[in-house]
Write a protein that binds this ligand. Structure first.
Ligand code: GRF
Length: 215
């Protein structure tokens, strides 16, 4: 069994997709053992409680430094005896010490086709540039923001009528497909991290891509 902790700050629709996938037997050997939020009012906590998953609230506001906040989170993850950390809308930048302790065992989802559009406001930036394709990426987390190795991407074609809001609406369900898939690969050890390199099905990882038709 692979013990999973999900870190959240907001609505938690990706958490819900992971909970549903586990219930349907689609996380392989993965089991979500805890949900940690830095915000007491995150709706993701309600989703966890409804699924009888242990929750922890660690507010960054109660800690003098990023490092001391991260240390408290690290301790909670050790208490849950976690094998995999899944960031799902967790809105804090992590210290390099924390990231290196979970290197190869921490995933994130980002709403762009990385390495393009790291950071915020990805949908509007894609529209500003006039890109034809957009999407989302599950990737390993490294100390540099949104820069770790990409595992799986869902790609869609931008429509002339798209707005930042419509792109967000179209991309969210794609996130809910690819995140459980990446977690399943990790939990079934099809996706492994060894000496600073990720492997997928025994070969050095190349990003997997799903192309979504635009109706
Ligand atoms: C998603 O858009 C994800 O790409 C980003 O944070 C958002 C989380 O949404 N990292 P939700 O809380 O899972 O609904």
């Amino acid at each position: 069994m692979k013990r999973i902790a999900v870190l959240v700050s907001g609505s938690g629709s990706n958490l819900q997709a992971l909970i549903d996938a586990e219930l349907q037997g689609q996380l392989g050997k993965g089991k979500i053992v805890g949900v940690l939020s830095n915000k007491a009012n995150a709706y993701a906590l309600t989703r966890a409680q409804q699924a009888n998953i242990d929750t922890a609230i660690i507010s960054h506001k109660n800690f003098p430094t990023r490092e001391s906040f991260d240390q408290q989170m690290h301790q909670q993850l050790l208490d849950w005896d976690v094998d995999l950390v899944v960031l799902a809308g967790f809105m804090r930048i992590l210290s390099s010490d924390f990231v290196s302790q979970w290197q190869g065992r921490m995933l994130n989802i980002h709403p762009s086709l990385l390495p393009h559009y790291k950071g915020m406001h990805t949908h509007q930036r894609v529209l500003n540039t006039g890109d034809r394709f957009h999407g989302c990426t599950v990737h390993f987390v490294t100390a540099e923001l949104d820069a770790g190795q990409a595992i799986i991407q869902a790609v869609l074609e931008v429509r002339h009528s798209d707005t930042a809001e419509s792109l967000a609406t179209r991309i969210h369900p794609l996130e809910h497909q690819i995140y459980p898939q990446a977690v399943q690969w990790f939990c079934n050890e099809q996706l492994i991290w060894c000496e600073n390199q990720a492997y997928f099905q025994n070969k050095p990882l190349q990003v997997q891509q799903i192309f979504c038709s635009s109706d």
